[in-house]
Design a protein around this ligand. Structure first.
Ligand SMILES: NC(=O)c1ccc[n+]([C@@H]2O[C@H](COP(=O)([O-])OP(=O)(O)OC[C@H]3O[C@@H](n4cnc5c(N)ncnc54)[C@H](OP(=O)(O)O)[C@@H]3O)[C@@H](O)[C@H]2O)c1
Length: 311
């Protein structure tokens, strides 16, 4: 399989701003827990084009802490609602659950965009080769859409060489990094054949990452937001500025936040264990934040991580 030429399902190619708020038919009513949601309309999600021409959904589903049968159920439910991008990692300990959720959804593999990540203990060429194949086996997949170096620790240049080889072999459609700062990214690029397609970094209304945003855009690296809802920290779901904006469009704080990511062209992967929230988080394509709204949200920036424990 040539990763660049692999065909994608039509809905991943829309490139349209789709107003799809009305697409759900009685959402919440037709789900039998653990079964595909037949009869329920799916959300259509726009894509971004990565620097190797692979299409990546601009909105996806995060799975950190969604383990065991809960993880399986959430992934199956999310896919049934229209999420195509599923984000997991070795360190979440849920790749098997995610794989079972994918199977349960009965989705055509080509309609999905599955990301996993290499953990720091697997840095280096040989370890990366092994860890990648373990992840693939746990997910019960033949290939990954995106594989990321989770953190810039240890021999990440050796890891990157292994990932380049796996990419060229067709085992991964796009390769990228996570939690790299500009200098680390520059170092990696200077010694690489392939420029990372994605940098997944903490980004939300309280940490807007403006410098990285401009840097990544200049380098042609797609900005992806982890914890796009700040994991609920700093009172984001009660924030008054977001609520005031939301009232104008009949949207809540989560939806305003996700719309803000979308309008910046950032891929966001909110996580939720609740079906109602999965639906809310998808329902962001039928309104438009104006310039004043965007500026108000930009003004919430505290310019520092909300996860100091991970430094
Ligand atoms: N690369 C990295 O180093 C890294 C680090 C962190 C995260 N990630 C990835 O990014 C994903 C998302 O980040 P995250 O899981 O840390 O946090 P998040 O998506 O920012 O927030 C998740 C929290 O928001 C709540 N929530 C979601 N939708 C909501 C809604 N519509 N209304 C109210 N509450 C809502 C969830 O609770 P309920 O379950 O109750 O809805 C959950 O407590 C992760 O799952 C993971 O895949 C990557």
């Amino acid at each position: 399989m040539n990763p660049k030429n692999m065909k994608r399902r039509d809905f991943l190619h829309t490139g349209l701003k789709l107003a799809t708020g009305a697409m759900f038919m009685g959402s919440g009513a037709s789900s039998l827990l653990g079964a595909p949601l037949f009869g329920e309309s799916k959300q259509t999600i726009e894509t971004v084009t990565l620097n190797n021409n692979v299409e990546m959904p601009i909105l996806g589903f995060g799975t950190n802490t969604l383990n065991g049968s809960i993880g399986q159920r959430c992934v199956a439910e999310a896919i049934s609602l229209g999420y195509g991008l599923i984000d997991t990692a070795k360190i979440y300990g849920n790749e098997e659950s995610v794989g079972r959720g994918i199977k349960q959804s009965a989705a055509n593999r080509e309609t999905l965009f599955v990301t996993s990540k290499l953990w720091v203990s697997d840095a280096g060429h040989e370890n990366t080769m092994k860890a990648f194949h373990v992840s693939l086996k746990k997910l019960d997949l033949d290939y990954l859409d995106l594989y990321l170096i989770h953190r810039p620790r240890g021999d990440f240049k050796g890891s990157w060489k292994a990932m380049e080889a796996l990419y060229k072999e067709g085992k991964i459609r796009a390769i990228g990094v996570s939690n790299f700062d500009p200098s680390q990214l520059k170092k990696l690029i200077a010694s690489s054949d392939i420029i990372p397609a994605v940098n997944q970094i903490e980004t939300h209304a309280f940490f807007t990452q403006n410098k990285q945003y401009d840097f990544l855009s200049g380098m042609g690296v797609q900005h992806e937001a982890w914890s796009p809802l700040a994991e609920g920290r700093n009172g984001i779901f009660r924030n008054e500025a977001l609520a005031t904006i939301g009232k104008k469009y009949n949207k809540n704080n989560a939806q305003v936040s996700l719309r803000w990511h979308y309008q910046r062209g950032i891929v966001a992967i909110p996580r939720t264990s609740q079906k109602a929230h999965m639906i809310e988080n998808l329902n962001i394509f039928d309104f438009q934040l104006d310039d004043a709204d965007m500026q108000t949200i930009a003004g919430l920036d505290l310019n520092k991580t909300q996860f100091p424990e991970w430094k």
